[in-house]
Design a protein around this ligand. Structure first.
Ligand code: SF4
Length: 146
């Protein structure tokens, strides 16, 4: 399970910022859910914790059954609706380069400023979780009220 110590920078693929906002305890497996809960607990305890925003598998993906050898097999890597494309589209909208280190609460503040529902629905349109409505609720609510 998630074991990074306080000095290690957490890797987050960009679209997982939206997943974190919408997370309600559901996920791909028990291990996946437990890991994501731990990551969110870390951010709750230290909202200014630095993260590296990336467009590859991250610390959330580590316990996902779709992660095969460090690569997401859910969709083709650069397909229009792939997780990688979602990451890159979100990073562009946030004005952040892949690989940049930012404080978690700064990234969440940028999402609040720059990401609206239409944009989220467009990049997440083929995600099985988006249809459940939790991500929409999460985006409206924002990190501070989660
Ligand atoms: S589906 Fe892909 S991007 Fe999403 S958590 Fe699993 S490995 Fe990561």
């Amino acid at each position: 399970m998630f074991l990074k110590d306080k000095t290690e920078v957490i890797e987050i693929r960009a679209h997982h910022l939206l997943c974190i906002l919408g997370f309600c305890g559901l996920g791909y497996s028990e291990e996946f859910v437990a890991n994501l809960k731990k990551i969110i607990t870390v951010f709750r305890a230290d909202e200014s914790r630095e993260v590296i925003l990336i467009h590859q598998c991250d610390d959330v993906c580590k316990y996902c059954p779709h992660n095969i050898g460090g690569s997401c097999q859910k969709n083709n890597s650069f397909a229009e609706n792939s997780p990688t494309t979602m990451d890159l589209n979100l990073l562009e909208k946030l004005g952040i380069s892949s690989g940049a280190v930012v404080q978690f609460n700064r990234a969440m503040a940028l999402i609040k400023e720059r990401i609206n529902l239409n944009f989220m629905k467009s990049i997440c349109r083929d995600c099985e979780w988006e249809n459940l409505g939790y991500c929409e609720e999460g985006l409206k609510r924002g990190w501070s009220l989660l």
